[in-house]
Structures are given as C-alpha cells and as structure tokens.
Write a protein that binds this ligand. Structure first.
Ligand SMILES: Cc1ncc(COP(=O)(O)O)c(C=O)c1O
Ligand SMILES: N[C@@H](CCOP(=O)(O)O)C(=O)O
Length: 466
C-alpha cells in the first residue's frame, strides 16, 4: 500500500514512512492511494472474531508491503493486551435502539489509547536498529497527550514535545501527562492559548523548512495516518455484532478534529454498511456548520466541560474534502490555502451533497449534554462522560428509523471529567485503581508563551538534531 498527500505535491510513501512522517511536506495529510474493500462474505466472516483478530483483518491491507500478518498480529496482541476489559471495546446496550461502544478501557482511559498503544509499538519497531532519533511534536486538548505519553515514555529513539492549552484541560487530563517523569517526555503548557493555537504551532513547525530540516519531526495527532487506521477497526467490530453486513448500523461520534468520525467514513468506503455517521459537536460547532449549511469558518474557541472537543479547525476535514472532491490535490491545496488566509471557507454544493449522503450533524449545548448524562444515569444505569453525552444526545435526536441500531462512541471514562459528571448526576465517579494515586504524584511541565519562537527555542534546546 502506498500513501498520497491531500495537496498533491508531496512524495508518495509506504506504510513505514507515512507512520514516521506525520504531516506531508506540502502541508497536506496522507491517506491511502485507494481504499481496500471487503465483500459481504468477508465482513460476515468477522462475526465472532476477537478484537485482535478483527484488527488484523481490517488493518492488514493498509500495512501490506511493510508488515506481515504475523507481525501485525504480534503488535495488536501486545497493544490490546494492556486494555482492562476482556472485550477490549465492549458494547453496552442502553435501550431498544441505542448502544454505547466503550472505547476507554485502555491505560489512559480515553479512545486515543486504541490507536496510540499500537502507534507506540510501530514507532519502536520502525526505529529499532536504526540510528534515527525522532522528535514527536503534538498538540492536545487533553486526551491525545496522555495516550501518546503513555505509549512513548521511555522508548529509545523518540523525544516527545506535547503542547496543551494552559488551564483548558481537566485536572485529571493534565496530571495524566505531567506526572509522567521520563527523560524523553516534555510537556509544554501554552499560555493564553486554545487547542487550535497548539495545533497551528505544530503545523507551523512542520511547515518551517529550517526547523523541520533540523529535526526528524513526527506526529502522534490524527494527522498521522496510522492513528486513523487503528480507529477503523472498532466500527467493524461493533457493526458485525449488531448484524452487519445484513443490517446497516448508525454511529454517533463526539467530534473535534474529525479523526474518529473520518475513520468511520473509511470503514464505509471499505464496504461496511453504515446507515449514518452523526457528527456531534459541542458549541464549538465548525463541523456542524460545515455539514449543515456549508460554512467552514473558524470561530473563537469557547471553553466547555467537554474540553477535548473545544476545537474550531478540524484537521481531518481536509481528508474528507479530498476524497469527496475526486482526489484533486491541486484544487484542494488552493481551497485550503484560501482557508488558511481568511480562516473561512464555503463548501461547494457538490461537497455538501456528497457529505450529506453519509453524514448528519448536530450541535449540543450544555443543557442537552447534562440531560443526556442524566438520562443515561437514571434510565440506563450508565455513568457517561461529557463527550460521550454529546454523542448520545445527538444520537437520540437524529430521527433515525426505529429499526436502525445507533452506536454512540463512548470516548472517555467519566472519571476524567468528575466535576461535570457530578454536576449532572450528583455522583462523582471514582478514578480506576490503576491511577488512584494520580493526585499524589509529582507534576513537571514548562509554561511558555504561545509563540513560534518561544516554543521552537525550547524544543531546539532539548531535541536531538538530525
Ligand atoms: C474524549 C474525546 N471525545 C471526542 C474527541 C473528538 O475526537 P476527534 O478529534 O477525533 O474528532 C476527543 C479528542 O479528539 C476526545 O478526547
Ligand atoms: N481531542 C484531542 C485533540 C485532537 O487531537 P487528535 O490527536 O485526535 O488530532 C485531544 O484530546 O488531545
């Protein structure tokens, strides 16, 4: 399998190089040259497979030429062996129509572990025996950071510089990052910044020839193709359990950077019958505006109790526009450069119509988020986190036929957002025993102004030059 950039000018890469590369050298994002596809029989044959076996079946076409099936199986077994639930990602039924897919049983209690546990092992494998020293730069609104740090702490050949918006992640999220005291982990709290500012700085570092020429930069955000690849798996895993390929299933996805739901789009391209992908945003609603009225313009980020979705520039939307628009990289590069200049972009009618064939969207405010948390708690006995509640609220008012099963992706453990859960339900979820001492651990991080010069100077003083 070869990988091409959404902006049409970067070299095509194999799976190893695309995993280590992150952002493409033309500023675009990599995706496969073509989508692998499964027949109905191949999807039916996934019924009853374990999570690891499903992962191998779904991901093998993407790694062909770089990893053998046995190698991929070994990596998946190791990655998902660290999950605290035997099913890895259990499905929980809420009522006749609604299910939760619990993606938060990994080491850092969020869905990011599903991809980042594997990515950490891929880095180790691809760097093993090479003298290459990779500098990972990442941006986080709370969950990517801790999952990446858990996956990469102490690994040889990798330094991690993780930027988070100071004061805009939950205390549990911050401590999950800043209490990992390993020599290759560097947490940076950006002052007066949003996640979008952190993400823009990461992209600026990749796009700065002098800086990116000095270090072997790599990414752990969902701009890295391997992140999305690992997330495609759970759409197949859930859907076959609910009747696919004979029955189409809908998914409601709490969304920020459009990575998780783009993985669902890829599953559909690969042949999985998906009735609808419901894009659920909080009041930071750029994706809802884009999908409902074509208005993809960057608003000001408003801090909310679902901080991981406080995002107003959704990186992976570029991948969707590329694929929907006939994969014309040069046309898309012009459209994206326009957006980067004006911070606004109107989708064409053709782009909107193509997107609306599969996607629906909704914007969930604080009251509706709290109502969904209460409904799950009072009527179904489930404690859910604010991000999951936004997905569930959108799922329940999507108006899908009663015969369509709707799976809401439960993206984080409720204990990561104890204050918001307690406000909505009156109960404070306990931290799982494995991180029960989180608030007793020492924290270490740097606080920096959110400028390119301050951040690059900090990194340059600590990273290993090429
Ligand atoms: C708990 C949680 N839910 C939802 C999201 C949104 O996912 P995505 O950015 O892939 O759309 C994130 C962060 O990305 C998250 O951490
Ligand atoms: N919600 C994320 C931010 C988006 O990051 P990505 O790695 O999925 O692109 C976070 O919690 O950090």
């Amino acid at each position: 399998m070869r990988y091409i950039s959404t902006r049409g000018s970067a070299p095509t890469l194999d799976f190893r190089d695309v995993t280590l590369a992150g952002l493409a050298s033309d500023g675009g994002l990599y995706l496969p040259e073509s989508w692998p596809s499964f027949s109905r029989e191949q999807i039916a044959a996934m019924q009853g497979l374990s999570y690891v076996d499903t992962a191998v079946a779904v991901m093998l076409p993407f790694v062909t030429g770089t990893l053998t099936e046995a190698e991929l199986r070994g990596l998946c077994t190791q990655a998902y062996g660290r999950f605290a639930h035997a099913a890895v990602v259990p499905l929980v039924q809420l009522d006749q129509q609604h299910w939760l897919l619990e993606l938060f049983h990994g080491p850092t209690l969020a869905f990011k572990d599903v991809a980042l546990q594997l990515l950490g092992l891929l880095f180790e494998r691809f760097l093993n025996g090479s003298s290459q020293q990779v500098t990972v730069i990442g941006a986080t609104s709370g969950d990517t950071g801790s999952a990446a740090i858990d996956a990469l702490a102490g690994r040889a050949g990798v330094d991690v510089f993780m930027l988070h918006p100071k004061g805009r992640v939950s205390d549990v999220q911050r401590r999950q990052m800043t209490t990992v005291i390993a020599p290759n982990i560097h947490n940076i709290a950006l002052e007066d910044a949003s996640f979008d500012d952190c993400q823009a700085l990461v992209k600026a570092m990749f796009n700065d020839a002098a800086f990116s020429g000095s270090f072997a930069l790599s990414a752990v955000n969902s701009i890295n193709w391997a992140r999305l690849m690992a997330q495609i798996v759970y759409y197949f895993y859930a859907a076959v359990r609910l009747g696919a390929p004979d029955r189409a299933v809908a998914f409601a996805v709490p969304t920020g950077n459009f990575g998780d739901v783009f993985a669902g789009y890829v599953a559909a391209k690969m042949g999985l019958p998906i009735a609808k992908l419901i894009v659920a945003t909080n009041v930071n609603d750029i994706l809802h505006r884009a999908l409902s009225v074509g208005d993809y313009s960057q608003g000001t980020v408003v801090p909310t109790p679902s901080p991981s979705m406080d995002i107003q520039v959704s990186s992976n939307f570029e991948r969707l526009l590329f694929d929907l628009g006939g994969r014309d990289g040069h046309a898309l590069a012009a459209q994206m450069h326009g957006f980067e200049g004006t911070k606004a972009m109107q989708l064409t009618n053709a782009q909107r119509a193509a997107a609306n064939a599969l996607f629906g969207s909704d914007r969930i405010d604080l009251d509706d988020m709290a109502l969904a948390m209460r409904w799950a708690f009072d009527s179904c006995g489930q404690t859910i986190d604010p991000h999951t509640a936004i997905g569930l609220s959108a799922a329940r008012r999507a108006g899908l036929g009663a015969d369509v099963p709707v799976v809401t992706l439960a993206t984080a453990h409720p204990a990561k957002f104890g204050d918001a859960v307690e406000r909505a339900t009156g109960q404070r979820p306990a931290l799982p025993a494995r991180i029960g001492d989180l608030f007793a651990r020492e924290e270490r991080y740097a606080s920096l102004p959110g400028t390119f010069d301050a951040v690059t100077a900090y990194i340059a003083a600590r990273a290993v030059a090429r």
